[in-house]
Design a protein around this ligand. Structure first.
Ligand SMILES: *Cc1c(COP(=O)(O)O)cnc(C)c1O
Length: 267
């Protein structure tokens, strides 16, 4: 997957660059904020990995850049990071082409069927869709990948682990059926694991993480898939360390890297 120690080294090296002018100094200072936040996150991830007796190669840190301008994403990229996440199609198709092609983009938002094509056509370096939550969207993605002649698209199935009514995520009891569907009927998709947001207010409890891990056991049993090959995308800014200790392979971290989100004021 990715190597946290390598990522941290690159960040350190980048931070030691000397500023060349006032403008450069100002931007280097901003660069420093995001880079330092990233470095601190990577260190905390590393510590959680060690506490859990896991291997840092098993954890990917997705920097969730929603609402953040391309210039700020670029700073985190320049600090050595390559995994970024967005949750609105319009936003990712606008930003991705302005940024380097070796970024691995993760789409983590609710996806409507008619947006599958603009998403895949607009982001050639889309690495994964983490938010597949019904057969319809799986079928649409499968068809669009085929039509575009794109390589197989990695997908996760989003599970609603909150126990509450929600418009996104399958119920835990339905995750096996959907995983089977993707695996058997969507040749252009690669089923890679499960994702959860946690509670409806985007907080998480240990129960959310346990529920997702239980879903993985059932899915792996049903598909004859080794659990080590089935990802768990869980843990965000406020709970990523606990998520890692409970088996997460993919943490999605926004505000702790980029600061609070800046939503445009509605007129
Ligand atoms: C915004 C978002 C995140 C990041 O949230 P933070 O609490 O800022 O880290 C993670 N996952 C999803 C699906 C999101 O929409």
């Amino acid at each position: 997957m990715n190597n946290l120690e390598e990522q941290a080294k690159i960040v350190n090296a980048t931070e030691q660059r000397a500023p060349q002018s006032d403008m450069a100094a100002a931007s280097a200072a901003m660069d420093g904020v995001a880079a330092a936040a990233l470095r601190s996150v990577l260190q905390r991830v590393q510590q959680a990995v060690e506490r859990a007796g896991r291997d840092s190669q098993q954890i990917r840190v997705v920097a969730v850049s929603k609402t953040k301008p391309v210039s700020v994403i670029r700073q985190v990229y320049d600090a050595g990071h390559r995994f970024f996440g967005e949750n609105y199609v319009q936003e990712i198709v606008e930003k991705a082409p302005q940024l380097p092609g070796d970024i691995e983009w993760h789409f983590i938002g609710n996806l409507q069927s008619n947006k599958a094509k603009p998403l895949l056509a607009g982001v050639p370096n889309l690495a994964m869709v983490e938010s597949v939550d019904d057969e319809k969207i799986a079928n649409h993605l499968d068809r669009v990948v085929g039509n575009l002649g794109r390589k197989r698209l990695k997908v996760l199935i989003q599970v609603n682990t909150s126990g509450e009514e929600s418009k996104s995520g399958v119920e835990p009891s339905a995750c096996v059926e959907l995983a089977k569907h993707v695996n058997q009927n969507c040749q252009n998709l690669e089923f890679c694991g499960l994702m959860t947001i946690g509670m409806l207010d985007y907080s998480s409890t240990p129960e959310n993480f346990k529920t997702l891990a239980n879903c993985r056991s059932e899915v792996c049993k049903a598909l004859g898939m080794p659990e080590e090959q089935c990802e768990l995308s869980m843990g965000m800014s406020n709970d990523f360390e606990q998520a890692i200790e409970m088996g997460s392979t993919n943490v999605r971290i926004g505000s702790t890297i980029f600061g609070p989100r800046e939503y445009p004021k509605k007129q």
